[in-house]
Write a protein that binds this ligand. Structure first.
Ligand code: ADP
Ligand code: MG
Length: 403
């Protein structure tokens, strides 16, 4: 789960990581009031979307498609400029390298006190699964072109791995600070800052915190000028506050709907829709489909608590994808009963108007009853008893349809 820069900076502020004063705004009027309240002649007017590269992005009118302004992060030197920039940003489409050509509608703005930058650095904390550690990366080559630095001069990115049981060591902090060539007040600031950031990362169950740029100011302070924070959703049960940080308009609507119905859905590029219970079984189903020469259109785990409603939602979501030309249902009945799933499939197919070949494999609790329910119904469905047969049948059905 991602949050906006202004929310990330609020977390930084509470954790003692230095940020500029700033105000979250939703209208031009609020942006002007923010400018008046900040008491800084120079301010940054920053589009808030869940994607990076805003500085080098372009703003377009959603109706005419006309280019309104270059740059989704603007430095304003007067109240009038704040007004112009806020007008060009709010309610318009920002296209950056990370949004794709469709861009994102900007409904949130952050007006922040301007900062006198002496140098821009890059700093990021993320989970390195292979090393079972938190990886902290830093570079003197921060700013808007960090991807190119990583590509062309990877040696300019310094890394330390923090053993979660040992915590972040003083020697590691120092090593990173020295690698950035920091000294004096800036080094002291940096050492305190990465300690606070590491604590913030762990206590908030983050999967990533990226600060690009982290800047050294002309008065030798270290300030986080950007903030990209992502949480690990597996820990959502212990963070009741995440609900209000969530901006659903920034998330994939299908995935949100799936989540609300208790389903885990990830869209893929193939043409065989999959409806499976259990993440492991869903992965295995995708593998076996590929083994038989097919391409899965999605990962979908209906979970252990599936019922008629969630199965109908699942069918609907699968069929909304225009690439889907067939569906494989693979259910291992444990707590979930195959006959209940069979009845739900029949109802759901009627409701959503199933028009593509359907192959169903049941195993476990009430699988015989489940198959009978399907076979006795008027639904056009192929029932099989193993996953291999299921994959083979759905791939063959698609080939038959294409021939
Ligand atoms: P993005 O990474 O999406 O392009 P940033 O927040 O990094 O957005 O802003 C882009 C650039 O704008 C930064 O690299 C920095 O040079 C400048 N900038 C951002 N905020 C401020 C600020 N408060 N004061 C001065 N310059 C800023
Ligand atoms: Mg940035």
């Amino acid at each position: 789960m991602n949050i906006h820069e202004y929310q990330g900076k609020q977390l930084f502020r509470s954790a003692g990581v230095k940020v500029q004063d700033g105000v979250h705004c939703k209208s031009v009027k609020e942006a002007l009031a923010a400018y008046d309240s900040l008491g800084s002649k120079v301010v940054a007017v920053k589009s808030q979307i869940h994607a990076g590269g805003r500085g080098k992005g372009n703003l377009y009118c959603p109706t005419s498609g006309d280019l309104l302004m270059e740059g989704g992060v603007k430095i304003a030197f007067s109240r009038d400029e704040v007004e112009t920039y806020a007008e060009n940003i709010l309610g318009h489409i920002l296209v950056t390298k990370q949004t794709g050509p469709a861009g994102k509608l900007v409904s949130n703005l952050y007006v922040e006190a301007g900062c006198e930058i002496a140098h821009e650095y890059y700093l990021a904390l993320l989970v390195d699964r292979e090393a079972k550690a938190v990886l902290i990366m830093a570079s003197t080559e921060g700013g808007m072109d960090i991807e190119e630095v990583a590509e062309n001069t990877p040696e300019a990115i310094h890394k330390i791995w923090v053993d979660p049981q040992a915590d972040l060591l003083e020697s590691q902090k120092r090593k990173l600070g020295m690698a950035l060539g920091l000294s004096g007040a800036a080094l002291k600031d940096f050492l305190g800052m990465i300690g606070s950031l590491y604590d913030l990362f762990v206590s908030n169950d983050c999967s990533m915190v990226e600060i690009n740029p982290l800047v050294r100011t002309k008065s030798d302070e270290m300030v986080a000028l950007d903030a990209k924070v992502s949480f690990d959703e597996n820990a959502s049960f212990r963070h009741t506050d995440w609900g209000e940080l969530r901006d659903l308009s920034e998330e994939e609507p299908t995935e949100t709907r799936a989540k609300e119905a208790g389903l885990s859905y990830v869209k893929l590029d193939g043409d065989i829709g999959c409806l499976v219970n259990g993440a492991g079984l869903a992965m295995a189903s995708m593998d076996v489909i590929k083994l038989y020469g097919g391409e899965p259109a999605n990962f979908l785990d209906i979970g252990g608590g599936a019922n008629k409603e969630s199965i109908t939602t699942a069918f609907g979501i699968i069929l909304e994808d225009p690439n889907v030309e067939g569906i494989l249902v693979n259910i291992f009945g444990g707590i979930i009963r195959c006959d209940m799933v069979a009845r739900s499939i029949i109802d759901a197919s009627r409701e959503v108007g199933l028009s593509v070949p359907l192959v169903v494999r049941f195993s476990g609790t009430n699988h015989v009853e489940g198959r009978t329910v399907l076979e006795e119904s008027s639904l056009e469905v192929t029932t099989v008893s193993t996953l291999a047969e299921g994959a083979e049948a759905i791939v063959a059905a698609l080939e038959g349809a294409k021939a």
